[in-house]
Design a protein around this ligand. Structure first.
Ligand code: 3HC
Ligand code: NAI
Length: 679
């Protein structure tokens, strides 16, 4: 039963009971509707309370039912709310926790709302590429001013009930959650004497305080939401609410909801929502798994990554020691940390107190005995196996038993690293992305012997430092960098076949990437990928790839840092200027190889690069390096700037169908240098 009923003091209490968040799926809607019918004409019942069991009043429409015939099956959510609107007795929403989307719309259609401290109020539909589709855009502006409604509906951010306590949204606000039901019953007893029952729909929309609100928002959205229709539609529908009657407004809202629900952007965002939840499920790890307490962390290596990683923990209020073998590197690292925090303070993002607190949580050390009590140690030293060996042998010797020993290696064999210790079950890869203190992605690399307890603990600590943890198996490049290799390989082949770096970058940026592959390489430093290619070539002399990147590096064109890469750069200016020198290098190289030149359109550029990612992703799944296709999407979305409105490379391929992907890959193989693709 997903909704139950009981009676106290002549008040019927309908409990929404559809774990985990009392989603308003078809069964729950049917049961609420049926309970309402049962008591409507029962003279023993004077009023009705709707409330939730557990941590939620309701998390809204059941997202899992979207796209199935249950979405609009009767009673649909709008029709259930219509039933509330025409109800003869007062209905009171007792808002006990998460009250979001359709859940808030249900509460808005009640005649009264009693809320408790700790409840979370939101219309977050926009984050799923839709808008509130059950009257939220029409009822909310009749209880809250339009400025607040626009903020809530266009951004989708949740507000704690305490912030709304003094507004017209609630008829009563209760400080103590455990008194909510009693107070709601008392409220209902009084309300049951008042007729007719008040309806939000009969009120007028509260006007604008800022007449420029809508135009200012539209300008902001042009920048932040270029690829997303939903925020713009939310604004249109809210603006219409100012001019239309409630009934007209509902029709406008419903039509917009239907259009957005079937948009590719919404499908992509819903896929991401589900992907994020699925990623937390780790094979072999269940909810009873022991999670180790992590109260103190140490990072070995105070370079680019080590310092960023240290800040991740300080930002989560976890003390962290940073160890480096070289005193000057340690000092530089600690200075960089200080500068980063001070910059945040100067920009107003951190208070002085918080800035000092975080700096104070990070301590520099040079001796392994100093980190012996750490619960988690993350190694981020040079990417060379002998150095990793030395570090892990030290960790094994000095760090207490039960500690998790992690490596941030991007390419080296984690199983070999684990073998340098007598506790390989405690060794795991924690592959952060640069800048580590900002990037959301964390690849958790599961070695052959990594214990499930260590994996569960890493997933828990990832949550604390606000990272999305994706479990990856051991292989060169894990998930993300293994796919990146195929992507950059195709990008360079495109140059050999007639494209310029700017053509490729522009096509990928129009597709939605913040940066195309060549601008990205110039930013990251071409020498880094050059070193990786050299290592891979030494391991596999048959490796086929374009030598263009090597030629550029041989000429010192490392990217922004040398003011020359795939583009030219001017002193103190990060703008990428097309380079005549690079175009000449490409032309000569293609001539020497005898590759026919042709015009290549943006569509082919995008398909070759994105399908290179998806094709490698498919092999990663077959090799069991990733557990599920949606994990691969998250890696690319959170770590490599894949545009969210496209849902990820695997989602893109799945929408296209894998048959079509294979057809295109075969087509790309004929007459192209990129014929090294294997399906
Ligand atoms: N429908 C179905 N399942 C939902 C759900 C929903 N609306 N919201 C959350 N869930 C499920 C998750 O899929 C997850 O399931 P799993 O355990 O099987 O993986 C479980 O609830 C727990 O979710 P979280 O891990 O996110 O739990 P948190 O406690 O961290 O957060 C939450 C809870 C704040 C409710 C968060 O899940 C959330 O933001 N949910 C989305 C809310 C939302 O967008 N509602 C609007 C829906 S669209 C709508 O209502 C349309 C209407 O206007 C017509
Ligand atoms: P870095 O060169 O910036 O820093 C390495 C630091 O390790 C230096 O400060 C050095 O003094 C210190 N070090 C070297 N040997 C040591 C030892 N034996 N004991 C203690 N400290 C020692 O390197 P970076 O870029 O931070 O990379 C570190 C690791 O992170 C590498 O494994 C790299 O592959 C990986 N990584 C790098 C990413 C990047 O974008 N730079 C991204 C993800 C992973």
């Amino acid at each position: 039963m997903s909704a139950s009923i009981e009676v106290q003091d002549h008040i019927a209490i309908i409990y929404l009971n559809n774990p985990p968040v009392n989603g308003l799926g078809h069964a729950t809607r049917s049961e609420i509707s049926s309970h309402l019918r049962t008591v409507e004409f029962d003279s023993n019942i004077h009023a009705v309370i709707l409330t939730g069991v557990g941590k939620a009043f309701s998390g809204g429409a059941d997202i899992k039912e979207f796209g199935t015939d249950k979405t609009f099956a009767e009673p649909s959510l709008p029709n259930l709310l219509e039933q509330l609107d025409t109800y003869k007795k007062p209905i009171i929403a007792a808002i006990n926790g998460v009250c979001m989307g359709g859940g808030l719309e249900l509460a808005l259609a009640c005649h009264y709302r009693v809320a408790t401290q700790g409840a979370l109020i939101a219309l977050p539909e926009v984050k799923l590429g839709i808008l509130p589709g059950a009257g939220g855009t029409q009822r909310l502006p009749r209880l809250l001013n339009m400025d607040t409604c626009v903020d809530m509906i266009v951004n989708g951010h949740p507000l704690p009930s305490s912030e709304l306590a003094q507004t017209g949204l609630f008829d009563l606000y209760i400080e103590h959650p455990d008194q909510l039901l009693r107070e709601a019953i008392n409220f209902a007893i009084v309300a049951s004497t008042t007729r007719p029952v008040p309806r939000v729909r009969d009120r007028s929309v509260i006007g604008l305080t800022n007449p420029l609100l809508f135009s200012e928002y539209r300008t902001k959205l042009q920048k932040s939401s270029r690829f997303f229709p939903a925020p713009f539609t939310c604004l249109d529908v809210l603006e219409a609410a100012l001019k239309q009657t409630f009934e007209e407004g509902l029709k406008t809202e419903r039509a917009a909801f239907q259009t957005l629900l079937s948009s590719p952007e919404s499908k992509a965002l819903r896929h991401i929502f589900m992907a994020e939840r699925a990623a937390s499920k780790i094979a072999g790890v269940d909810s009873t798994e022991t999670v180790r307490a992590i109260a103190a962390v140490a990072v070995v290596g105070a370079g680019t990554m080590g310092t960023g990683i240290a800040m991740c923990f300080a930002n989560a209020n976890i003390p962290v020691q940073v160890l480096d073998s070289k005193i000057s590197s340690l000092e530089n690292g600690l200075n960089r940390i200080r500068e980063t925090y001070l910059a945040s303070f100067k920009k107003g993002k951190l208070s002085q107190l918080e800035c000092e607190h975080r700096i104070g949580l990070i301590q520099g050390v040079q001796d392994y005995t100093a980190i012996s009590e750490a619960d988690l140690v993350i190694e981020a030293v040079f990417e060379e196996m002998p150095i990793k060996r030395e570090v892990f042998e030290h960790l094994d010797r000095y760090v207490k038993s039960g500690a998790i020993l992690a490596s941030n290696t991007s390419t080296l064999d984690l199983n070999q690293i684990a073998s340098f210790t007598k506790r390989p079950h405690d060794v795991v890869g924690l592959h952060f992305f640069s800048p580590a203190n900002r990037m959301e992605l964390l690849e958790v690399v599961r070695g052959q012997q990594t214990s499930t307890e260590v994996l569960a603990s890493c997933a828990a600590i990832a949550k604390r430092i606000r990272k999305i943890a994706i479990i990856a198996g051991v292989c060169d490049g894990f998930i993300g960098n293994r796919m990146l290799e195929q992507y950059t390989k195709q990008a360079a082949f495109l140059l050999e076949e007639g494209c310029t770096p700017q053509q490729v970058d522009q096509a990928m940026e129009a597709f939605g990437f913040a940066m195309g592959p060549f601008r990205m390489n110039d930013l990251a430093g071409n020498d880094i990928s050059w070193a990786i290619r050299k290592r891979r070539l030494a391991a596999n002399p048959q490796l086929i790839y374009s030598k263009l990147g090597d030629i550029l590096c041989e000429q010192g064109r490392f990217g922004q840092k040398s003011r020359a890469g795939w583009y030219d750069y001017h002193e103190g200016d990060r703008t990428a200027y097309p380079s005549i020198i690079v175009e000449e290098i490409i032309r000569q190289h293609a001539n020497a190889l005898g590759i026919p030149q042709r015009q290549i359109g943006a569509e082919e550029i995008v398909q070759r690069l994105v399908l290179a990612l998806a094709n490698e992703g498919r092999k990663i799944l077959l090799d069991k390096i990733a557990a599920r296709s949606s994990d691969i999407d998250l890696v690319y979305l959170k770590g490599y700037g894949f545009p969210a409105y496209r849902g990820g490379p695997m989602f893109y391929a799945e929408q296209m169908t894998w048959d079509q992907v294979d057809r295109l890959i075969r087509q790309f193989q004929t007459g192209h240098r990129g014929n090294t693709w294997t399906i």
